[in-house]
Ligand binder design. Sequence first.
Ligand SMILES: C[S@@+](CC[C@H](N)C(=O)[O-])C[C@H]1O[C@@H](n2cnc3c(N)ncnc32)[C@H](O)[C@@H]1O
Length: 240
Amino acid sequence: MVRRAYSIVAYVAFLGVFLYTIGFLANSVVPKGVDDGTVLPAWQAILIDVALLGLFAVQHSVMARPAFKRWWTRYVPASVERSTYVLAASAAVALLLWQWKPLPDPVWSVDPQWARATLWALYLFGWAFLVLSTFGLGHFDLFGLRRGEQRFREPVLYKVIRHPIMVGFLIAFWAVPDMSVGRLLFAGAASAYILVGVRLEEHDLKRELGEPYERYLDRTPRFVPGLKGKVTGASTTARP
Ligand SMILES: C[S@@+](CC[C@H](N)C(=O)[O-])C[C@H]1O[C@@H](n2cnc3c(N)ncnc32)[C@H](O)[C@@H]1O
């Protein structure tokens, strides 16, 4: 009962932070957007923002490593491991949203109304696409509400690319009509983290899921549909 309540609290925390982030990066609806707040000297703002992004990256990657999971499930019951991970990630993002220092100088600003509307539509599409993708992998397992077994899955979007959730984030980070220096720092650093993070994830999944995932790596591109040819028996068996 207590565990159930804990996992619901973690999920609600994630949902709150997630929805706030959509408004934060759009500079609308929420009280403090990415370009709002006290403007500090640029070097100070950059130091603080990079530290906040770094904290999230360390939390997210270290706590996801199998060795770390083995170690801390000696202290945290395995049944709440995922919820604790979700809670820690939500706390790291909440801290970032709260303490983020703006660098509001414009980098680009798109003028024609139709282009602005298209970019906003793409922005919302990115968020919707990533939410949809989570359901393919088991939304409630991913966010700690249910404890499913770790097994290889290849739902529809994952047949086309290996990382649709990350593609959704990348679209949402870059599809923006008004790009400030601060927003660019966020998009650049978060994108770099995604490029590293997916490699770490693939490395772990190869070990955990074995051959089905190895074959999957061979036949399915990372981010861009069609970049790699469809699998042939030869490409799979040629792998040492
Ligand atoms: C936040 S999700 C991101 C998944 C993927 N990188 C993406 O962008 O869609 C991370 C979790 O998905 C799991 N995962 C990723 N690909 C998977 C697959 N094909 N089958 C099963 N689990 C997978 C990983 O083990 C990890 O726990």
